[in-house]
Design a protein around this ligand. Structure first.
Ligand code: G3I
Length: 374
């Protein structure tokens, strides 16, 4: 049974007021955005519609503040996306910075925006070794065995219309000394290796119909660490299925790189996807973007190389019927984590060009590569 959050205009204003910003762009409050005005021309087909027509979905990560403060960006999101995922607003550090003090308003604002514009929202992420608020980290490390379940239930119960959750995120570490390569984390300390299956059981208890996802990165290329992680992931999935853990899908983050010496092998990657699908699982490309740390500083050449990398990867992914959809980690080069992360951004400081739209929201070769691949 799904409950609909009847977010009235008033609720949206309340949620936005909680952000300390004005109303969302015209795309949000029921008026048709500029690009869709009935000027006689057809609204351009966005990636969301192109993907839907091909039996998949396309979406992107967003932050509530961008939607609230940039009507042009909000309009582009409505034009292009079918699914939204909060880049930050549903993480533990964002929703419960102090024990028992919740801040769901930013995530509610993204959900309201999505539902007002005929989109759905994914939940990201419930159990992750990063962004655990200090109070929770100490409790987990003191082996509080109830806290993880309480957190999962509290967040999922607050968003009953969200039916697609990254239940656990980045739980494998190829550098781990453990045979199972489980990443060292406060959750492992508190609950032991069975915390992953347990997290899925708590999530299923709250949302019987939701798609429950294990999300991870670092399996995309023919690199030793990626091969180690692919093997560990397949062993983890095998053990979860053997235990009857209610997992429905695997999210492959797909933060691509164009670094020399990093090879993408479509056949090897497709075989890996097929093994995941063999467990009866769906696959989602959850955080697609591409870092070009070492390409010469020429925009049109960078755009061509990046679009080619995206196209080769996405065509191999979409060749696997179990792949349900693709989300990029951002929509426009105006907002990307890559430019804020010293390990990802270009050494020459040039802004990244990793997403479908440029900073002025114009479609780039990456947009066309995705449209063609769908
Ligand atoms: O800390 C402020 C907070 O006080 C404020 O309320 C909030 C308002 O937006 O901003 C917060 O700033 C930063 C936040 O991004 C929003 O920009 C946080 O300090 C910063 O840690 C956070 O970084 C995010 C990072 O995950 C850690 O959560 C990035 O935006 C986000 O792109 C990145 O995404 C991760 C995925 O979740 C998992 N896969 C890898 C991916 C890239 O690292």
């Amino acid at each position: 049974m799904t409950h609909r959050i009847a977010m009235s205009r008033r609720d949206i204003f309340t949620a936005m007021a909680a952000l300390g910003v004005g109303s969302l762009g015209p795309a949000t409050l029921g008026t048709r955005p500029a690009w869709a005005q009935d000027s006689g021309g057809e609204p351009e087909r966005g990636l969301g519609e192109i993907a839907r027509n091909a039996g998949r979905f396309y979406g992107c990560a967003v932050q509530a503040s961008y939607l609230a403060k940039e009507p042009d960006f909000a309009d582009a999101v409505v034009r292009e996306a079918g699914v939204l995922v909060p880049e930050w607003e549903l993480k533990w550090g964002a929703v419960e910075p102090q024990r028992g003090h919740f801040n769901f308003a930013p995530a509610e604002a993204i959900l309201a925006f999505a539902e007002q514009n005929g989109m759905t929202m994914r939940g990201h992420t419930l159990v992750w070794h990063r962004n655990i608020p200090a109070w929770a980290k100490s409790a987990l490390e003191a082996q509080d065995r109830s806290l993880m379940g309480i957190h999962i239930k509290q967040v999922m119960n607050h968003f009953p219309t969200v039916q697609d959750w990254d239940v656990v995120n980045e739980v494998l570490d190829p550098g781990s000394t453990r045979p199972d390569k489980l990443r060292d984390s406060p959750f492992l300390t508190a609950l032991g290796p069975r915390y992953i299956a347990q997290a899925f059981r708590y999530a299923r208890g709250v949302a019987p119909q939701a798609r429950l996802v294990y999300n991870d990165y670092g399996v995309e290329y023919e690199l030793p660490t990626h091969k180690t992680k692919r093997d560990a992931m397949l062993r983890l999935l095998e053990s979860l299925k053997r235990e009857g853990a209610p997992i429905d899908a695997v999210g492959i983050q797909s933060h691509l790189v164009t670094r020399s010496g990093v090879t993408f092998d479509p056949a090897s990657y497709s075989a890996f996807l097929k093994e995941i699908a063999g467990f009866g699982l769906k696959i989602i490309i959850t955080e697609l973007d591409v870092q070009d740390t070492d390409l010469p500083a020429d925009d049109s050449m960078r755009d061509r190389v990046l679009a080619d990398a995206i196209q080769r990867y996405v065509e191999a992914a979409l060749a696997e019927p179990a792949v349900a959809g693709i989300l990029t980690w951002g929509l426009s080069d105006r907002h990307t984590w890559i430019d804020t992360d010293p390990t990802a951004r270009r050494s020459d400081g040039l802004p990244s060009r990793s997403l479908p739209l440029d900073a002025d929201l114009q479609r780039k070769p990456i947009w066309h590569a995705l449209a063609e691949a769908f």
